[in-house]
Design a protein around this ligand. Structure first.
Ligand code: NAP
Ligand code: MG
Length: 504
């Protein structure tokens, strides 16, 4: 059935030269090997066994067998919760190594990776707690009947994740699915598979039974598509770009799979003239340049009330110029590398076309030369003004350290501009007027509104989009509903048989 050769599972160092895929509780080498690179240096990090359709099929069968005949979903919920806590405990004990591997594989800064790996750990702890109280209901129904509902795991879940937060996205997917009792086939993004592979290993080390978590690092067009179309996969949970999300939704429709989509964004920040200006400047700096702008909820459109527009820009540009690019392992480095050359060209294309259309580049606007890291892919933090609402740089997701800043006159106009996009993921409001904060938060068409804060994602906060930013919420208790089916059990409790036709 396959050319793959089985190897026995053992605990290996987090950082090493080669990573196998994991299927049915065992490390597997397929026929293909790929290399991952550190975007900050251009140097290879490690090789990994690259999955094809053949191994995707094996992984689906392993997950199917574990779900249909295995014990994970039948474990008392407390035992599943303990296992999730154990996964978190092992991750904590290898925190530093996981952070370093994440930095190497993705080119992000060590401070960003620390926060993200810590959140991944806390996600497992959160779902260990949340699953305990995830339960059905007793419903009031008339007559001699009772009705209860119970939550049952949805089945085999294909989980496809992007490269911008490799470890955190893996945790957002794996933790709730495991908690709910599902089986998983995880497909990491091709540029950044390593920490997701290690997470899968840790799941096994913590006692998750074989076949419950499988990982197939392979290409989206081959392995991803195969998982999405497969008849024996019950659900697809996808995080990635909006065009691929649309394609996945169409492909999944033939088998009516459950689908959740966490897609792109073009999130606005609205800064009113009564805002604490320094807070808005610092918050906007983080909002766009954190993770080198490679965030789905990056606040890449800043609208500033006209009276404070110049003052905001002056401060914002001055602070942006102080951001450092450099050694990603240094705690003081603010900005990491762009994931690869292709993405860098996409970013630069947006900037150059805005320039040609008359926009002003206040700072940045080109590839960055970083001393000692000349072979890496780096882009200068870029602020663009003199743009119009219809320009690509204002409407399309750039996914890099590029932000547009525009003025507005009043609350009504601010809301109109904020909502003038096909996306609806994040948004921010900066004001000291409590009533305004609440009015604007209610009027914005987005899954997340940050009020006087640049932070949007803590374990427990629903994360997901309106409009073409997708649907479904992750990181919260409601996510468990998306990994379970609700079964309604209606019981007759009367003494006499129910003779509904009234036949003697
Ligand atoms: P992407 O190109 O859409 O890829 C995402 C994942 O889908 C990767 O694992 C990719 O595999 C796979 N894939 C590609 N084509 C596929 C296909 N036809 N069928 C099935 N899977 C396929 O996105 P990306 O460039 O990695 O990530 C950036 C995007 O993710 C941005 O748009 C960002 O906004 C979004 N994002 C959203 C959220 C959120 O929560 N809303 C969070 C993070 C990122 P390969 O790597 O092999 O191509
Ligand atoms: Mg890499």
């Amino acid at each position: 059935m396959t050319t793959a050769q089985k190897k026995t599972f053992e605990v290996l160092p987090v950082k090493r030269d080669h990573y196998a895929m994991i299927i049915g509780g065992e490390r597997l080498e397929g026929t293909n090997v790929a290399t991952t690179y550190n975007p900050a240096t251009g140097n290879p990090v490690a090789t990994y066994a690259k999955a094809t359709k053949e191994e995707a099929e094996l992984a689906i069968q392993a997950a199917r067998k574990a779900f249909d005949f295995g014990k994970w979903k039948k474990f008392p919920v407390g035992k599943r919760a303990r296992t999730l806590n154990k996964i978190a405990g092992i991750m904590r004990s290898r925190f530093q190594e996981l952070v370093e591997l994440e930095v190497l594989d993705s080119g992000k800064t060590v401070s960003a990776a620390q926060g993200q790996v810590m959140q991944a750990i806390e996600d497992f702890e959160f779902y260990a707690g949340a699953i305990i109280s995830h339960r059905g209901h007793v419903n009031n129904i008339p007559g001699p009947f009772t009705n209860t509902t119970q939550k049952e795991p949805v089945g085999v879940c294909a989980q496809i994740i992007p490269w911008n937060y490799p470890m955190m996205m893996a945790a957002w997917k794996v933790a709730p699915a495991l908690a709910a009792g599902c089986s998983i086939v995880l497909k990491p993004a091709s540029p950044t598979p390593l920490t997701a592979i290690v997470l899968t290993e840790i799941c096994h080390e913590a006692g998750v039974p074989e076949g419950v978590v499988n990982i197939v690092p392979g290409s989206g067009s081959e392995v991803g598509n195969y998982l999405v179309e497969h008849k024996q996969v019950d659900k697809v949970a996808f995080t990635g770009s909006t065009p691929i999300g649309k394609d996945i939704m169409a492909r999944a429709s033939d088998t009516l799979k459950r689908v959740t989509l966490e897609l792109g964004g073009k999130s606005p920040s609205l800064i009113f003239d009564d805002a604490d200006l320094d807070a808005a400047v610092y918050g906007s700096l983080w909002g766009i340049f954190y993770n080198t702008g490679q965030s789905c909820e990056a606040r890449s459109r800043i609208y500033v009330q006209r009276g404070i527009y110049d003052e905001f820009l002056e401060k914002f540009v001055a602070k942006t110029k102080k951001l450092t690019l450099g050694d990603t392992m240094e705690a003081g480095t603010h900005i990491g590398a762009i994931i690869d050359e292709k993405q860098l060209q996409v970013i630069d294309g947006f900037v150059q076309s805005a320039k040609e259309q008359g926009a002003t580049i206040l700072t940045g606007g080109k590839r960055a030369q970083v001393h000692g890291f000349e072979s890496g892919t780096w882009y200068e933090p870029t602020i663009i003004t003199d743009v119009t609402q219809d320009m690509d740089v204002v409407q399309q997701e750039i996914f890099g350290p590029v932000v547009v800043v525009m003025p507005f006159d009043d609350e009504k106009e601010a809301i109109r501009l904020a909502n003038d996009t096909v996306y609806g993921l994040g948004s921010a409001v900066w004001t000291t007027n409590h009533g305004r904060a609440n009015r604007v938060a209610s009027a914005i068409q987005a899954g997340i509104v940050m009020v006087n804060s640049p932070l949007s994602a803590f374990p427990g906060t629903p994360f997901g989009g309106y409009k073409q930013s997708g649907f479904g919420r992750e990181l919260c208790v409601e996510t468990l509903d998306l990994y379970t089916e609700t079964k309604s059990i209606v019981s007759y409790i009367g003494e006499k048989p129910l003779n509904l036709f009234g036949i003697e």
